[in-house]
Write a protein that binds this ligand. Structure first.
Ligand SMILES: [Zn+2]
Length: 396
């Protein structure tokens, strides 16, 4: 990629705090190749903690390192981008496992956005959301919603893994509030932390990777404090044409005005702009039409709770990758580039070095029985295998 082809990235954030459990991470100029100022990418993270803020703070401080540590070194940019979805899964699971070993309660949602050139990769657990409005005016949702109330697939997964899903019972037998899973009573099916709830609450992120046209677009990353008050369209409409910092403040203000400050309310706005144009995106032609675009031409592997109507305009945002499966064996399946063959004996999740024969295939116990060969990777260390089985409801 030529340097001139990189977009300009402007970002801003705003927050109103009720419980002090929302945390953000904004870092531009991260280096893909250490010491190389050209191979840079940006990272934007939002962590909405619950039952305390320890998990959110821990994830803010450790997640990016764990993700980057799961990417083999010496990759080309294209290989690096292709390795990212799998590294995100490994990094989320390692961060969750490490945090739980500290035996602290609390948990957190995670929405992690990695922007490299025009390619946006979003990994999410929980119910903070990331949306994209392309310069052409189409709206795309880049994160999943792991709220049990809206995600039937996740209710089924939790139930199959031994959890119970239901509402709170008050005296008299009436059921109130959102769907929760028990033990624990969490309304989310995925998070990092939460060691005191069932292990079917997994940290395996939904990952989506898209490529924008060089006209760019705007990302809005917000906690549920915003999305409980505003639709995607209202958040975009109330801030359209404003610089990123002002836009983020406006979205938080609108959300709090509409619903009151019931929850931590945090918003990050990221403008991805053609290099010559240092100003917020022009109002698109279809301003306020509020339509979801024919999501992407490629069929996605995970059904979504949204239905996308097929409009006739040409899609300008290209889907590169999407997978939301909660099964580790379906997420670590992608072949790594050939140069990584010599790292066969690293655990695919925590990256610990293993002796030959010590690793256990991520596919063990799934497909045809028979002797597993050491090269039937990806391989997990014994400790990550225990974690994998717990997430699938197979332990204890
Ligand atoms: Zn491991």
């Amino acid at each position: 990629m030529r340097r001139t082809e990189k977009p300009d990235v402007l970002h801003g954030q705003a927050s109103q705090s009720k419980k002090g459990e929302d945390f953000t991470f904004l870092k531009t100029e991260c280096q893909r190749v250490p010491g190389d100022g050209i191979s840079t990418f940006s990272v934007f993270g939002l962590f909405d903690g619950h039952n305390g803020s320890a998990a959110a703070i821990y994830v803010k401080e450790n997640l990016l390192n764990n993700v980057v540590g799961a990417i083999p070194s010496d990759l080309s940019r294209d290989e690096w981008l292709a390795a990212l979805p799998r590294a995100l899964v490994a990094g989320f699971v390692k961060t969750d496992k490490d945090f739980q070993e500290k035996a602290q309660t609390s948990g957190t949602t995670v929405t992690l956005v990695i922007l490299d050139g025009w390619v946006v990769t979003v990994a999410s657990v929980g119910d903070s959301r990331c949306i994209l409005e392309s310069a052409e005016g189409s709206i795309y949702c880049l994160s999943a919603d792991h709220r049990l109330d809206v995600n039937i697939e996740e209710v089924e997964r939790v139930t199959t893994s031994g959890g119970e899903v239901g509402r709170l019972n008050v005296a008299g037998g009436a059921e109130i509030g959102p769907l929760r899973c028990w033990p624990g009573g969490l309304c989310l099916s995925r998070s990092i932390g939460d060691m005191d709830v069932g292990e079917f609450i997994v940290p395996i992120p939904h990952v989506k990777q898209v490529k924008l046209s060089n006209a760019g677009g705007r990302l809005i990353i917000s906690s549920d404090g915003v999305w409980d008050a505003l639709s995607f369209e209202s958040a975009l409409n109330c801030s359209r044409g404003l610089p990123a910092e002002v836009a983020a403040a406006q979205i938080v203000k609108e959300a709090v005005q509409f619903k009151g400050l019931k929850d931590d309310t945090t918003c990050i706005v990221v403008d991805i702009l053609p290099p010559e144009k240092i100003s917020p995106p022009r109002p698109p032609k279809k301003q306020g039409m509020g339509m979801f675009k024919a999501m992407f031409r490629k069929k996605s592997s995970e059904s979504s709770s949204y239905s996308y109507k097929d409009y006739s305009e040409v899609d300008t945002v290209e889907e590169i990758f999407e997978n939301g499966s909660a099964m580790l064996c379906q997420r670590l399946d992608i072949e790594y580039p050939i140069c990584n063959m010599f790292k066969l004996f690293l655990c695919a999740v925590c990256q610990v070095e293993m002796k030959p024969g010590e690793g256990i295939s991520v596919h063990a116990g799934l497909s045809q029985p028979g002797r597993l060969r050491p090269w039937d990777g990806p391989l997990l260390c014994p400790s990550c295998t225990v974690k994998k089985e717990a997430m699938e409801g197979k332990s204890h």
